[in-house]
Design a protein around this ligand. Structure first.
Ligand code: 3PG
Length: 392
């Protein structure tokens, strides 16, 4: 993206919506700054072009008009300043203007969800936001599934509205993986619940050549396949849905590969004693907390032949080393594969970091919920409104 090819940017007021919603510890220290780093190219591009740059983001889910200490973007302003190599002043109470930014300068506008009407995208707020700028740049992929005043309303009221480089890159990577993929297309969906990922599983089952399930999701699939899973996390009420997904894949000529061996323990803790057993030997008090090495080797084989890989969700409780083997093997298989790979979601990113494969994944999404909605086949409202404006 070139920050709105239609407009001359020099001297213009450019309003960038970024997703700077980053995790912090109890003392307000940022524990993970990927999203801040990812916001830099758009900001730098606008600064280099001589724009007066305003950036905003939400942080957490505050109550409008009632700021708490943890709602401030102050630590983000600090970190952004370090990354840009210049101070980034934080502006509070900015909705009615009354602050100034010179061309070639950047300010951060305090947590936009503190503004009345942000979440509900009130027309009054959207109208005010539109007046603050000449050009609106949406670069918050992680928030593009929300139709709020700074993600949707302003895209309608600003004189010009367009996608920033991060949003564009995310959408490109997703369409490369899901719309016109090099085949075989392999999806890995892990995590704890079938119920929260059912529409993802169904949507992917209609697209992919192989569907790998992991974690609690795989346990429910094992139940559907008639296996005993002891005390494992699963959703017995979702067994029919799991069966449907398996049937969908079977119709496409690919069985969902279920674990043949698993790692079990009687508790989830760093001290738990882990045992590898065949999937037919799971005892009544066992909890399945990872796949075993045979299963992992089978999955690695599938990954090795993939043309495209889509990954969301770990295969086991990888936070504890004794249950990390499956996810580690998967990470290593992805790292060694020539396939185009795309990964997203909080736990997945933590696994990618833990197993040091960041540089080996084709594209790592900054989206949590937004990434999941794309996998579900949903359109992102904040992206749609930009496309509509581009056409009209
Ligand atoms: C996220 O962290 O997934 C995004 O920043 C969206 O946050 P939200 O779920 O509070 O809208």
């Amino acid at each position: 993206s070139d920050l709105c090819a239609r407009g001359e940017v020099r001297g213009k007021r450019v309003f960038i919506r970024a997703d700077l919603n980053v995790p912090q510890d109890d003392d307000g220290r940022i524990t993970e700054d990927t999203r801040i780093r990812a916001s830099v190219p758009a900001i730098q591009m606008a600064l280099d072009a001589g724009a007066a740059v305003m950036v905003t983001s939400h942080l957490g889910r505050p109550t409008e008009g009632e700021p708490r200490p943890e709602d401030t973007l102050a630590p983000v302003a600090q970190r952004l300043g370090e990354l840009l190599g210049r101070p980034v002043p934080l502006i509070t109470n900015w909705v009615d203007g009354g602050f100034s930014v010179a061309p070639g300068e950047v300010v951060l506008l305090e947590n936009c969800r503190l503004n009345k009407g942000e979440k509900k995208n009130s027309p009054e707020l959207a109208a005010k936001l539109g007046k603050l700028c000449d050009i609106f740049v949406h670069d918050a992929f992680g928030t593009a599934h929300r139709a709020e005043a700074t993600t949707y309303g302003i895209a309608e009221t600003a004189p010009i509205a367009c996608a920033g480089p991060l949003l564009a890159a995310e959408m490109d990577a997703i369409s490369r993986a899901l719309e016109n993929p090099r085949r075989p297309l392999v999806a890995i969906v892990g995590g704890s619940k079938v119920s929260t990922k059912l529409s993802i599983l169904k949507t992917l089952a209609a697209k992919v050549d192989q569907l790998i399930v992991g974690g609690g999701i795989a346990n429910t699939f094992l139940l559907a396949a008639g296996k005993r899973i002891g005390d494992s996390l699963a959703e017995p009420e979702m067994v029919r849905e799991a069966q449907q997904v398996m049937d969908l894949m079977k119709e496409r000529g690919a069985e969902v590969p279920l674990p043949v061996d698993v790692v079990v323990a009687d508790e989830v803790s760093s001290l738990a004693r882990a045992n590898r057993v065949s999937v037919d030997e799971v005892g009544p008090h066992d909890r399945i907390l990872d796949i075993g090495p045979k299963s992992a080797a089978r999955l690695a084989e599938i990954i090795a032949h993939a043309g495209t890989i889509v990954w969301n969700g770990p295969l086991g409780v990888f936070e504890y080393d004794q249950f990390a083997g499956g996810t580690k093997m998967l990470a290593s298989a992805i790292a060694h594969s020539d396939a185009f790979s795309i990964a997203g979601g909080g736990d997945t990113l933590a696994a990618i970091a833990k197993f040091h494969i960041t540089d080996r994944v084709g594209y790592i999404s900054t989206g949590g919920g937004a990434f999941l909605e794309v996998l579900e086949g949903k359109t992102l409202p904040a992206f749609e409104v930009l496309q509509r404006r581009a056409q009209g």
